[in-house]
Design a protein around this ligand. Structure first.
Ligand code: RB5
Length: 151
């Protein structure tokens, strides 16, 4: 599976750790930056990862900023994308099982390394349950159709 990953400076260290972890597990990781700890703007990287997923360049994505909030909001502005900010394994599992999320958002300044990796593993272990959740995801899509223009 191809996974796009991106962060700002506050998520850079965790991005590097997650990238290595995923590559060791056999995933192909497409790094959309940032590539150093120099201060940058998180929306740029949220958009880059979301675009990679929306275009099919990657199947899933991971975005990281200090809290995970700004970069998840940014990724969710790309049409068709569902980015889920998760702070524990349960949220990561539900983000896939119930919400069929494309992108996992994490906070580099709020998560320890081991917790972050367990959240990542949970996210990629799960499968969408469909059924009643399919209708709810479709309802999210309907909101987009009503309010969002294609870029
Ligand atoms: C950067 O200082 C910080 O604001 C950013 O990483 C993120 O936490 C925003 O939501």
């Amino acid at each position: 599976m191809k996974i796009a990953i991106g962060s700002d400076h506050a998520g850079y260290d965790l991005k590097e750790i997650i990238k290595k972890h995923l590559e060791e597990k056999g995933f192909e990781v497409i790094d959309k930056g940032t590539f150093s700890k120099e201060r940058v703007d998180y929306p740029v990287f949220g958009e880059a990862v979301a675009k990679a997923v929306a275009s099919g360049e990657a199947e899933k994505g991971i975005v990281i900023c200090g809290t995970g909030i700004g970069i998840s909001i940014s990724a969710n502005k790309v049409k068709g994308i569902r980015a889920a900010l998760c702070t524990n394994e349960y949220m990561a599992r539900m983000a896939i099982r119930h919400n069929n999320a494309h992108i996992l958002a994490l906070g580099g300044r709020v998560l320890g390394q081991d917790l972050a990796l367990s959240i990542v593993d949970a996210f990629f272990e799960e499968h969408f349950e469909g059924g009643r959740h399919e209708k709810r995801v479709q309802l999210i899509h309907n909101i987009e159709e009503k309010y969002c223009q294609e870029a």
